[in-house]
Design a protein around this ligand. Structure first.
Ligand SMILES: Cc1cc2nc3c(=O)[nH]c(=O)nc-3n(C[C@H](O)[C@H](O)[C@H](O)COP(=O)(O)OP(=O)(O)OC[C@H]3O[C@@H](n4cnc5c(N)ncnc54)[C@H](O)[C@@H]3O)c2cc1C
Length: 433
């Protein structure tokens, strides 16, 4: 989204709201906007709704967890570069104190789109809250892999660690405890999945760690896709030994069964149709992903994710309900930086919708940008950036300043690593502070 456009919108809105805007309601259980999910997309939309309405729109942010743990950078916890997930943990205090967001801890368990209400379960019990607009930013759920008995196996024995937190710590512990000479096996689902470069990044930093700590062990990467899904040249170079380690990369692999036995798993899969078997001391399946069942049960899904109008992020299936972040179909990568930008686009749209300014929406043509830095060793990183422009109902890569999109770093460097840390703290500050 163009910064200048937002600043103008905000200034115009302030004047307009002061003159004519009537908040939807000030009752305790009723809000102009309820946001469900306080991750990258949800925290951003809540903050910018308040900022760009000059605090005129009442906003409740419902998040089930007490704090948010960033997925971004969580691969560094697995290798011990970061000591624990606590350095990736964000609280909601500033969103409440600085922006006046009503933060509620609990889980939204049902949506009544006709009466515009949600059922919300908290430590205090179950209650119903009503909204003028509902924004859903709940992230993703994960399928069971073939052979699994229950999702709890992800928490106890084969962590996907694709939602950062206790599974990230478990995967770290398993890596440090595996015997030298055994395999660390990862699986990648078919696209689209959360963070296209993320699995390849994880394979690289784990292989880099093994190089020093367990030199006879290796990373085997079973990819359901036919090719590497992002930064293909950079990752292929890394896998081939550019940084002193190798990754055994196997494309076109479909997992057919997992036999789970702590420390000695068996993975059955086909590669391009041929049955194969291998043993894994550590098994890190990244499962197929989909929008959470809350959206499925509410009739908001087409396939695995939620279709939306990309000017407003309003569902194309239910009015007054918006879906942002990984749960929606945007045509852009499922990424935290993109979720942050979708949150701003959605906030701008809702502010305009609530003051009846259809004209501003019709005229708007959002431009979103995204950067993704990728550590490939404990000191070097690459990056990818992309700019997307709204065009006829879709988001298309847009050449900016003469650069074709996406742009990719030509090699990994320590300078990129330093830039990565700056980018990360800026993004998280923009989202949570
Ligand atoms: C290893 C890894 C590395 C990554 N690296 C990058 C990167 O470098 N750059 C990048 O841009 N992206 C990266 N990503 C992707 C990024 O983390 C996600 O795309 C982003 O977090 C999605 O944001 P979201 O708001 O949609 O979901 P989330 O951030 O997952 O937030 C969803 C929130 O909703 C809450 N919630 C869900 N259901 C309910 C409910 N019913 N009631 C209340 N609360 C609910 C959840 O508890 C959660 O806090 C990475 C991901 C991984 C796994």
């Amino acid at each position: 989204m163009k910064r200048r456009q937002f600043i103008q919108t905000s200034a115009q809105l302030g004047a307009a709201l002061g003159a004519s805007f009537m908040p939807f309601a000030a009752r305790a259980a009723s809000y102009d906007v309820i946001v469900v999910g306080g991750g990258m997309a949800g925290a951003t939309v809540a903050k910018y709704l308040r900022m760009w309405s000059n605090n005129q729109i009442s906003v409740a942010l419902i998040e089930k967890d007490a704090t948010y743990v960033s997925n971004i950078m969580s691969n560094e916890v697995i290798t011990g570069k970061r000591p624990s997930v606590s350095s990736l943990t964000y609280t909601y205090g500033t969103l409440s104190s600085r922006y006046g967001i009503n933060r509620l801890q609990g889980e939204v368990t049902g949506i009544d789109a006709i009466n515009k209400s949600v059922t919300y379960a908290s430590a205090a019990g179950s209650s119903v809250l009503t909204y003028g607009r509902l924004v859903l930013a709940p992230g993703l759920d994960f399928d069971l892999m073939p052979g699994m008995a229950s999702a709890s196996q992800y928490d106890t024995v084969i962590p996907h660690a694709w939602k950062a937190g206790s599974q990230t710590s478990l995967l770290r512990a398993q890596l440090t405890q595996m015997a030298d000479g055994t395999n660390f096996v990862m699986t990648i689902p078919l696209s689209p999945y959360r963070c296209p470069p993320g699995p390849y990044e994880r394979a690289c930093v784990v292989a880099d760690w093994l190089k020093t700590n367990k030199p006879n062990s290796k990373v085997i990467l079973l990819d359901a896709n036919a090719t590497i899904q992002a930064q293909a040249v950079n990752f292929q170079n890394a896998f081939n030994g550019a940084y002193g380690y190798r990754v055994d990369y196997r494309p076109g692999c479909t997992v057919t069964n997992l036999q789970i036995a702590a420390g000695a798993h068996t993975v059955n899969y086909t590669q391009n149709g041929t049955p194969q078997t291998l043993r894994a001391a550590v098994l890190n399946p990244i499962p197929p992903q989909r929008a959470p069942s809350l959206l499925v049960n509410s009739g908001l899904i087409d396939g695995r994710f939620a279709p939306v109008n990309l000017l407003t992020y309003e569902s194309t299936l239910k009015s007054s309900i918006h879906v942002i972040g990984d749960a929606c179909i945007s045509g852009m990568p499922k990424a935290g930086h993109i979720g942050n930008q979708e949150g701003k686009t959605c906030a701008n749209a809702i502010v305009n919708l609530l003051k009846g300014n259809q004209y501003a929406l019709a005229e708007s043509s959002p431009v979103l940008n995204s950067a993704c830095f990728t550590p490939v060793t404990s000191t070097k990183a690459t990056w990818l950036s992309a700019v997307y422009q709204y065009s006829n109902g879709t988001m298309v890569p847009s050449a900016q300043n003469g650069y074709a999109q996406p742009r990719v770093a030509t090699s990994a460097s320590t300078d990129n690593y330093a830039d990565m840390n700056k980018w990360f703290s800026t993004l998280m500050g923009d989202t949570f502070a």
